[in-house]
Design a protein around this ligand. Structure first.
Ligand code: CA
Length: 366
């Protein structure tokens, strides 16, 4: 600011130029001890979440703070919540066009533009968070995701995982598959298609619209995330039964998307900082959900009299059967989607073998 005032008082173009140069660059030394100027960057990041929303919405906020600290202020990122700059469901296109440099959301919101996008959030009855991270970073998943987003001028990175979600909020009991008939539910992605084929009707809307739509009867049921987030939206005030497990999202991964030109413009150290901060946020979000979901569930049951219910096995088996049919049909129309689906199935089969005698064996023992 001092530099700015100095510029104004002199009203001299040379000084103004010098001031801007000083504001936008940081001086440091190279390996030979020579002074080099490092360019500063100021980015915008749009999200599909309400501003500062717990869990998923804090991912981009934490990312911006980490990047600021790690880059010594050379990459500043301002985070905008749903509706502050653009509506939630325009994040993909806005970053793709380069109107803003970054976005945070969930890939399955973009299934209408890119069918294969579904595979990079979650799949009904698919990988859990631990397995998804492993597939992404050690099983070829990230390479497939980068290939899928390349035509859209986007670079994707994992942006945090919610863990296994809840099955959703209902106002009537689900005792048989017949009870799903006629239920209009908020449920994104292919799981929504599965629910529709099971006799219900799935609709897509951002989380911020769920409460009012449940209250006014526009929808009869809704899945969102899990206890930690569902409590903050107050769904217990407009729905009676809270069903588990979240068959539709057994480990939903959120995403960071970068406009390719903006990312390519960064020097290598800032690129590394961005990648490292994204990895840190991805893990941090999972840790937060693991710690807070149980606390919130206790509050929902004890303070708000929510009735917790498990979907009957009959219903889960039917949903799984339909899921497999929907997925097979879905990939039969798209070679690239088929390649990604096969990659996930192969990985799941392999890792499940070991998880049966490791993770699962320990869960059953404790
Ligand atoms: Ca969900």
């Amino acid at each position: 600011m001092v530099s700015f005032k100095f510029c104004k008082s002199r009203k001299n173009l040379t000084y103004i130029f010098l001031c801007f140069f000083l504001i936008s660059c940081t001086e440091s030394s190279n390996q030979n001890g020579e002074a080099v100027e490092k360019k500063n960057f100021s980015w915008k990041l749009v999200t599909t979440w309400p501003k500062n929303y717990p869990g998923v919405g804090l991912g981009p906020e934490n990312f911006a703070q980490l990047v600021d600290e790690m880059s010594d202020g050379r990459l500043k990122i301002k985070v905008y919540g749903n509706g502050e700059l653009i509506p939630a469901l325009e994040v993909f296109d806005t970053v793709s066009r380069g109107t803003v440099e970054m976005g945070h959301g969930a890939s399955y919101y973009w299934i209408g533009k890119l069918p294969a996008a579904q595979f990079f959030t979650t799949l009904p009855f698919g990988l859990n968070a631990q397995e998804r991270n492993a597939w992404l970073h050690f099983g070829g998943g990230l390479e497939l995701w980068e290939k899928a987003y390349e035509p859209f001028n986007l670079i994707p990175m994992a942006g945090g995982n919610t863990g296994v979600q809840m099955g959703g909020w209902f106002n009537k009991e689900i005792n048989t598959t017949e009870d799903l008939k006629g239920i209009r539910i908020r449920m994104p992605g292919l799981a929504g298609e599965v629910f529709t084929r099971a006799g219900g009707e799935a609709v897509l809307m951002p989380g911020s619209e769920i409460f009012t739509n449940l209250q006014t009867g526009v929808i009869d049921a809704a899945e969102w995330i899990g206890p930690y987030n569902d409590l903050t939206f107050g769904f217990h005030q407009v729905a009676k039964y809270y069903y588990y497990p979240g068959w539709q999202e057994p480990g939903a991964m959120t995403e960071f998307i970068f406009n390719k030109e903006a990312f390519d413009e960064l020097p290598d150290d800032l690129k590394a900082i961005a990648r490292t901060a994204a990895r840190a946020v991805n893990q941090n979000m999972m840790d937060e959900y693991t710690a807070r979901n149980n606390q919130a569930l206790v509050s929902l049951i004890e303070d708000h009299n929510v009735i917790l219910k498990k979907f009957p096995d009959e219903v889960l088996f039917e949903l799984e059967k339909i899921s497999n049919e929907v997925l097979e049909e879905f990939v039969s129309e798209d070679e690239f989607a088929k390649e990604i689906y096969k990659s996930i199935l192969d990985f799941k089969a392999g890792v499940s073998n070991y998880h049966k005698i490791s993770e699962q064996a320990i869960y059953e023992l404790r």
